[in-house]
Design a protein around this ligand. Structure first.
Ligand code: FRU
Length: 482
């Protein structure tokens, strides 16, 4: 009888969740027409309505790329986290799907996805809301699974992993991968609640986990919490990607509220020891880039980040939404640098030429909501300066090359990010403009800046350089189905 009753309760819960998902979908569809799209990005993922933050569960399953994200549908600010969901066949065109995870007592914090047999399994941090429920652990790891990659059921015996060696309260953002016969996961945590660290575990079935060791830890200079860790092999080396909170600004560096960056080193699967060989360096130097996640498919490693940051003004919030993801970029390791290039299929979005050839000083190009500009091999003994503004005002930004300091500068309203550029090979720049964003890729992608720019009207781009530039410029089409 007890078994029967619990089966009935479980079935009732499934029906209840299904109903909640349908109601949420109806709510989103009803809200969609009310969204003001002046800043809404045309070819970057944004929430259909409400709030988006970290990319989650970036994976490939049954022939499609899956992207999930931290999502709160009911206001354009952070709230009890859901997982939004979108799929793509080329990492450029995306279709939004129904919300994958809805919080119950556990808010569905960040995590990752992996194929297990015929299932797409999501592993996420549940952050509990009611301490009264024993045994209370603020943050632990949960599973959800799907056979079709659309409907997800939460695992009946959640949580699957609560143990940390020091009982740390912060224990979140699992990134899972498979190596040989085992699944491994790295999870962000803290030592003495003020030092960021990453914990490593392994499992044979994703349900029972064994603690292996502390994979890496701050020596006091890299913040109090390491959010959203990722760990992967690239060119025979191992890369630990982390998003520390609490690094102090140092001159030009670490000027954003929070950073995402990486350390390269060696690792072996016998001792589970990670030996760092480089210092922490930022992955992206723009104003708005935080918490990135990678995935591998067809021998390629892809990365995507949250195209925003905590504690910003979020001008789009008054339009009924907030937050975006960056373009998906292919990652390579060259020497001790990660280089990132937009995926090749981005060229599919080109939809009409705005200009091709010489771009004279003081001349202006007129785009619509979006655009792409390639500047071929500018003369680096001279200044380069391009101004990006809206035909109806709003925010402006410029990108510059200073031949004296050898720095690339992105200046948004006198708020400057600048970094020395040592080109690998190509001297060209590639710039992507979307309705409220500018992404600059220098050379092979060894220097990347992602910055949100809230201009009004269409893009107007002026060559303020003293030199004639050689360019190709395109309009781009929309690639997100809401
Ligand atoms: C990073 C983060 C994660 C957490 C999520 C909650 O931006 O703080 O550590 O899982 O956001 O939304």
């Amino acid at each position: 009888l007890v078994a029967l009753l619990s089966a009935v309760v479980a079935a009732a819960e499934v029906i209840y969740m299904e109903k909640e998902k349908l109601e949420l979908e109806a709510y989103i569809q009803e809200k969609l027409p009310q969204i003001n799209d002046r800043y809404k990005l045309d070819y970057h993922l944004t929430p259909r309505v409400g709030w988006m933050s970290d990319p989650n569960g970036f994976s490939f399953f049954n022939g499609l790329f899956h992207m999930f994200y931290q999502f709160y549908p009911y206001a354009s600010r952070w709230g009890p986290m859901h997982w939004g969901h979108a799929v793509s066949s080329d990492l450029v065109h995306w279709n939004q799907l129904p919300t994958a995870l809805i919080p119950e007592d556990e808010m569905c914090f960040s995590g990752s996805a992996i194929q297990y047999k015929n299932l797409l399994v999501l592993m996420y941090s549940g952050r509990r809301r009611t301490p009264e429920v024993a045994p209370f652990k603020n943050e632990s790891q949960y599973l959800a699974y799907s056979t079709d990659g659309v409907d997800f059921a939460k695992y009946e015996n959640n949580p699957v992993l609560s143990y940390t060696p020091n009982n740390a309260a912060d224990f979140r953002d699992p990134k899972v991968w498979k190596h040989g016969d085992y699944y491994y996961v790295v999870i962000g945590s803290t030592k003495d609640s003020d030092t960021g660290r990453v914990l490593l575990y392994r499992s044979e079935d994703l349900r029972q986990w064994e603690f292996l060791r502390v994979l890496a830890e701050s020596k006091g200079d890299l913040g109090f919490l390491w959010a959203c860790p990722d760990f992967f092999e690239l060119n025979g080396k191992y890369v630990l990607l982390i998003s520390p909170q609490g690094i102090q600004p140092q001159g030009d560096r670490f000027k954003n509220a929070y950073q995402t960056g990486y350390v390269i080193g060696d690792f072996n699967y016998e001792t589970f020891e990670f030996v760092p060989e480089t210092k922490f360096q930022e992955l992206d130097f723009g104003h708005d880039f935080y918490v990135a996640q990678t995935m591998e498919e067809n021998g390629k490693r892809y990365v995507v980040g949250w195209f925003s940051m905590w504690e910003q003004k979020y001008p789009e919030a008054e339009d009924g939404w907030a937050g975006a993801l960056t373009l998906v970029r292919e990652l390579r390791l060259v020497g001790d640098r990660l280089v990132q290039k937009p995926v090749l299929d981005m060229v599919q979005l080109r939809n009409g030429v705005v200009a091709s050839g010489w771009y004279m000083p003081q001349s202006t190009l007129n785009f619509g909501r979006t655009g792409e500009i390639i500047i071929f091999e500018p003369d680096l003994t001279q200044v380069v300066e391009i101004l990006f503004e809206g035909t109806d005002g709003g925010e402006k930004a410029s990108i510059q090359w200073n031949p004296d300091t050898r720095k690339v500068i992105v200046d948004r309203g006198n708020d400057i990010r600048q970094v020395e550029w040592n080109p690998l090979q190509s001297l060209s720049w590639r710039i992507f403009l979307d309705a409220s964003s500018v992404e600059l890729f220098c050379g092979e992608g060894e220097l990347v800046f992602s910055t949100r720019v809230y201009k009004l009207g269409n893009w107007r781009v002026t060559n303020l350089s003293p030199q004639i530039l050689t360019i190709d410029a395109y309009r781009l089409s929309k690639s997100i189905e809401q």
